[in-house]
Ligand binder design. Sequence first.
Ligand SMILES: [Cu+2]
Length: 283
Amino acid sequence: MNSLALINEFLGQPPNASAHGYQIDHILEFCHWFMGALFVGWSTFFIFVLIRFRKRRQPVADHAGVRSPISTHLEFSVVLIEAVLLLGFAIPLWAKRVNQFPPGKEALLVHVVAQQFSFNYHLPGTDGQFGRRDVSFVSNSNPLGLDPNDPAGKDDIVTTGELHVPVNRPVIAELSSKDVIHDYFVPAMRIGGDAIPGSLIPIWFTPLKTGTYEVICAQLCGLGHYGMKGTLVVDTPQDYQAWLKERAELAGGAQPAPSPGAPQQPQPQNKPPAPAASPSPGG
Ligand SMILES: [Cu+2]
């Protein structure tokens, strides 16, 4: 156990797996130790006061109050330490998260679209272009409403529940929602952000370790909120390419269906029709 992360681990925080996560962990760990010291200090002072100023020894109230400047100095030190934490560490770290996004070419951009009760992912495919999306195209087989007439969307990849990303490459996730406010939270990456209908909220992180990590919804979003989980898999670049290829092959066999209002056209099928699989997760 890392002695610098004693309280974090005690409180059940999973090991950090992202580049900026160590800074967040240091602030959390320091805050916890500082709060611990304050708790012990103030508790000791409280017990001392209870005994020192008990009624038997102090039958009449002293209207002059405290004459020693020590309590003022103590209070001032606490404020000073808190100000340094906030202005010196917390705000600069936050500013870096929201102002210094990695350049678009270097980063992997993915659209995360939350819905009750799962996370959908939209990747641009080999052309690097996201296809147009419109709510009028949304159906069970086209959960994100990809426009079937937009050539940029032909190679797009849409998945639900599981996202793969390559290790050591910044990932920018643009969060939005189809229904209510959700929150895309990846504890091991020390990142999270609200997914709000009508808004696009970008967050970014750089995964450092390959592995499988839990994604959870951190906003109480309905009855199935407890089951709104997903998986983030951090792959080696080779595994990531293999996953992309596999998803592209799957997507090639299942183009977005026409919108509900459009006339139904028979689709060419090589296989006999399988029973319709419902994409809606049990929640
Ligand atoms: Cu949710």
